[in-house]
Design a protein around this ligand. Structure first.
Ligand code: FAD
Ligand code: NAG
Ligand code: NAG
Length: 495
């Protein structure tokens, strides 16, 4: 025990020395594990279910300081991970025994009012970014609904939200970046300059560098917007299955306008169909006259017409109600993307089995959600090989989510098996049915249960090219986490 402790402290002091040197001994720019409240004040893990103890948290102010940190870490073989909003569902921005590069000092924003390109620091939170774009410019980009998520982790992994059918994924807005690479260079990358690196950063960013600045395409913010919600909470699970089937048929209509975003959320209370329509109330009413519109079933509707900013606030409230938003929790999340062809729907018989299973299964917690999210639209205009992001062929995906309702225990095996069981039921039933579906997982919702197959699920047909680029840009895996891209021609060196 004594030997282990002294080895540990010697190791830490070596890291300390390197970090202090890299940051010019400015003690406001780093923290080490021996500090009281280190985990609470500095590591600040979003998912409290995962213990982790990084060797140092750093708060650089310049790209040159990041360069120095990366070089020092590479020299001693420590992992480096950028941290933007800290909303990874795992500890990926807090490498165990590695160095966190917290980008809280990278929040500079400017807007070129000729090109309407925005330049945003790699540590901006989505809430800060939308505010800076909308006030006073009335510009916008697509992204998810939680304002505390960071652009750094979001626009490097995907970034899907209600306006993605209109504008694309968050990473489809990225025109150029400034990035610190594993060999400590500070580079600008875009489609013509270091195009391979740029390609990899748009979908697998954490494996390739620390982005200090994004140049972003913006769009005029939509004006009229309808926020709607229909709740089906009084009927039987069988009746809810019927509503779900009509929701599926409705979203499969190739004529469905891109202004229409929708999710079908199943909880212990029942089924809710909700979303945003970027258009007028009249156009929304027209849409709701179509056959299969879920409104045609009995259900309670609340619709409000608001502007872009009000709607974002509303969406943020919804996500806070559901997922806790900015509040840390003991959480587990899982996704299933339905690729191969945009026409892949879950067969009606499978839907029946699914709702039957949901009714009976032991869930191990009261707080669980199955969220079926319509994707497609502009996201799928891009070719699969256009960026590292690899789910351009999915019309919708399932995000399942559970929070432990017992703060003394983490998310239980029963709960993980419940969510895993839902995915397995759908996959095996659709395979048996001969439906041509390629299943995958959205890398934005980190799922440790995927084990060794995670990368293939996340990046699918783009994985081989990513592994080649990793071998070129980061062969020793300075940027690594349990599910990062491994370099081609070399085995993953365990840390
Ligand atoms: C409450 C909640 C709601 C969410 N809602 C949505 C949603 O609506 N749509 C959606 O698509 N996703 C959503 N997500 C998932 C979210 O997009 C990802 O977890 C995202 O990676 C978080 O980014 P971050 O910067 O906040 O997290 P961090 O933990 O800071 O980073 C996550 C990963 O990205 C890397 N990274 C961070 N910054 C940089 C950078 N500057 N350069 C290179 N790599 C970097 C980190 O190293 C880490 O591996 C949600 C997550 C939570 C917790
Ligand atoms: C996250 O924590 C676990 C221990 O709970 C550890 O095994 C794993 O390596 C950590 N991940 C990272 C990126 O450090
Ligand atoms: C990429 O950056 C270089 C250098 O700044 C610039 O000359 C080039 O026009 C940029 N290319 C694109 C496609 O933006």
């Amino acid at each position: 025990m004594g030997i282990v402790l002294s080895l540990l402290s010697r190791q830490e002091s070596k890291v300390e020395k390197l970090v202090k040197q890299a940051l010019g001994n400015d003690e406001t720019l780093y923290a080490f594990p021996d500090e009281p409240f280190y985990a609470y004040d500095h590591v600040k893990l979003y998912n409290l279910d995962i213990p982790t103890r990084p060797a140092a948290v750093t708060y650089p102010k310049t790209p040159q300081q990041i360069e120095a940190i990366v070089k020092a870490a590479a020299k001693v073989g420590l992992a480096v991970q950028a941290k933007s909003g800290g909303h990874s569902y795992c500890n990926f921005s807090s490498p165990d025994g590695g160095i966190i590069v917290d980008l809280r000092n990278f929040k500079k924003f400017s807007m070129d009012t000729k090109t309407w390109r925005a330049t945003a620091g790699g540590g901006m939170l989505l809430g800060e970014l939308t505010e800076a774009m909308y006030n006073p410019h009335k510009r916008a980009m697509a992204h998810g609904t939680c304002p505390q998520v960071g652009i750094g982790g979001h626009a490097t992994i995907g970034g899907l939200g209600p306006s993605s059918r209109l504008f694309g994924a968050a990473l489809d807005h990225v025109l150029e970046v400034q990035v610190v690479t594993a060999d400590g260079q500070i580079l600008r990358a875009n489609e013509t300059q270091h195009p391979d690196l740029f390609w990899a950063l748009k979908g697998a960013g954490a494996s390739f560098g620390v982005i200090t600045e994004f140049v972003l395409r913006t769009e005029p913010a939509p004006r009229d917007t309808v926020q709607y919600k229909y709740s089906f909470t009084s009927g039987s699970w069988g009746e809810m299955a019927a509503v779900f089937k009509s929701w599926q048929r409705f979203i499969a209509d190739p004529e469905l306008p891109r202004e229409f975003a929708t999710t079908a959320t199943i909880t212990a209370l029942g089924l809710t169909v909700s979303g945003t329509f970027y258009g007028s109330e009249e156009d929304f009413e027209q849409l709701s006259l179509k056959p299969d519109f879920p409104l045609r079933h009995t259900g309670e509707k609340t619709a409000v017409s608001k502007n872009w900013m009000d709607v974002l606030t509303h969406q943020a409230e919804e996500v806070a109600l559901k997922l806790g938003g900015g509040i840390s929790a003991q959480a587990y999340t899982k996704t299933l993307t339905f690729g191969g062809s945009e026409q892949n729907l879950i067969p009606d018989e499978t839907v029946d089995k699914l709702f039957d299973h949901i009714e009976r299964a032991d869930k191990g917690t009261l707080i669980w959600f199955l969220i079926f999210d319509l994707a497609g639209g502009k996201v799928n205009d891009f070719e699969m090989k256009a960026t590292a992001y690899a789910h351009r062929d999915a019309l919708y995906y399932l995000q399942s989510y559970a929070i432990s309702d017992n703060i003394f225990n983490g998310v239980s095996r029963t709960t993980k098996d419940f969510l895993g069981g839902i995915s397995n039921l759908i996959v095996s039933d659709m395979k048996a049915d001969g439906v041509f579906t390629e299943f995958g997982a959205y890398p934005g919702y980190v799922d440790l249960e995927l084990g060794a197959g995670a990368q293939a699920m996340y990046w699918r047909s783009n994985l081989p090219r990513l592994e080649e680029i990793k071998a070129d840009w980061d062969p020793t895996q300075v940027f690594r986490n349990p599910q990062s891209v491994r370099p081609a021609r070399q085995r993953w060196r365990s840390s």
